[in-house]
Ligand binder design. Structure first.
Ligand code: BGC
Length: 376
């Protein structure tokens, strides 16, 4: 009897230890906790990591697809709302969904006909979008299990995710070692840092695919979220959303977000809604402000800083009310927007675009920061 009791106590203690990876320091509000989110069909346990900071922000990330499942941000009164779309459980993430909250790779957005030529050799990628390659293929980085390690860093808490993509995966050449570091800082920044190395030349273009709504996820469309994008030009696309190569000025058309405009203000004049890569005005590759979203009712502001030359602004055009997300809320058209910092779509077939080929002696590095504040 006594042995059983002792065994039970040990079990409870180890369980509590597992739950509290880095418990919050007394009164600090900062910490990381881990719990079990679910199991895959082949019985692998998926963990959820909850990162919190002193500013009251909480971000939850799972090691399946590196998906941000929740991002709770205070409004001007200090009330927290979840500002990203997603699901309450693992199962719908394992099924088909429109890339909610995930890491996108090896190549974000489209590669025409899933083909490109490198060093005289033609490569054929998985075609999963009307004959084109989208977001890394049939099983991109959004659908793989990442090895996860929580760490404390100088300015906050972080989750380090690692994945080794094999030579030939989805048709890409080279073994690619990828590290993604999600950091929540006490300056209210959600920072995403990506690194990759390869043993053969390969295209690499990684991004993050959260669907935001600063009103709160599932609380309606994003039309009153006001957006600024620091871009004079965008990459023109054909009817299959493949770049034609033309960089067109936004001057005088509904694509112009150089000054802040409500997302819904001119959306009806844009066929299908916004789904465009903006050519950022930034010079060089230091971390610079790319976009700012403000929402008057809640007072929330989100700024996006990046090292990347482009940003895809996608206004959730393909959401159609068939998905029921967190808390039973139905996600209808335009209920979320994505701001995906990236290199331009289809760059491997456009030598005139900034290059995306990573070579064996190089390191891919990109940083994107989503920084939150409130307007009083
Ligand atoms: C693309 C859309 C695509 C969506 C998938 C976005 O990044 O720009 O064209 O349909 O991802 O959910």
């Amino acid at each position: 009897m006594r042995i059983i009791k002792i065994f039970k106590i040990i079990t409870i203690i180890s369980f509590l230890f597992l739950l509290q990876v880095f418990p919050q320091g007394k009164g600090s509000g900062m910490g990381i906790q881990r719990d079990v989110f679910g199991k895959t069909d082949d019985d692998r346990i998926i963990h959820r990591y909850t990162l919190s900071n002193k500013g009251g922000i909480i971000v939850k990330i799972i090691n399946y697809g590196g998906i941000v499942t929740e991002l709770l941000v205070p409004d001007r009164k200090g009330n927290r709302d979840d500002v990203v779309l997603g699901f309450d459980s693992l199962k719908p993430y394992l099924a088909d969904h429109p890339y909610f909250g995930c890491i996108v790779g090896r190549y974000a957005n489209r590669i025409a006909k899933g083909k490109f030529t490198l060093d005289g050799k033609e490569y054929k990628l998985a075609t999963n979008n009307d004959g084109n390659h989208l977001h890394g293929g049939t099983k991109g980085f959004d659908k793989v299990i990442w090895q996860a390690n929580p760490i404390r860093v100088e300015d906050g808490v972080a989750l380090v995710l690692r994945y080794n993509s094999k030579d030939g995966e989805e048709g890409y050449p080279g073994n690619l070692n990828v590290v993604v570091i999600y950091t929540l800082t006490n300056e209210n920044e959600f920072r995403i840092e990506y690194e990759a190395t390869t043993d053969k030349p390969t295209p690499v273009n990684l991004t993050h695919h959260s669907y935001f709504n600063l009103v709160g996820a599932g609380g309606g469309d994003v039309f009153n979220n006001e957006l600024m994008i620091d871009a004079d030009k965008y990459t023109v696309v054909d009817q299959n959303l493949i770049p034609t190569g033309e960089l067109r000025s936004v001057e005088g058309i509904p694509m112009d977000f150089r000054t802040s405009h409500p997302i819904g203000g001119r959306i009806k004049q844009v066929e299908g809604g916004y789904d465009h890569n903006y050519v950022l005005n930034r010079k060089g590759d230091s971390l610079s402000l790319a976009a700012r979203i403000t929402e008057a009712k809640s007072g929330r502001i989100m700024e996006v800083y990046t090292t990347e030359p482009g940003i895809q602004f996608y206004s959730g055009n393909f959401l159609d009310g068939t998905i029921t997300g967190k808390g039973g809320k139905v996600y209808r058209k335009h209920f979320g927007f994505c701001l995906e910092a990236q290199h331009f779509p289809d760059s491997p077939n456009h030598p005139e675009f900034p290059p995306t080929i990573l070579k064996p002696n190089q390191k891919y590095h990109q940083v994107t920061v989503y920084k939150f504040s409130v307007k009083k």
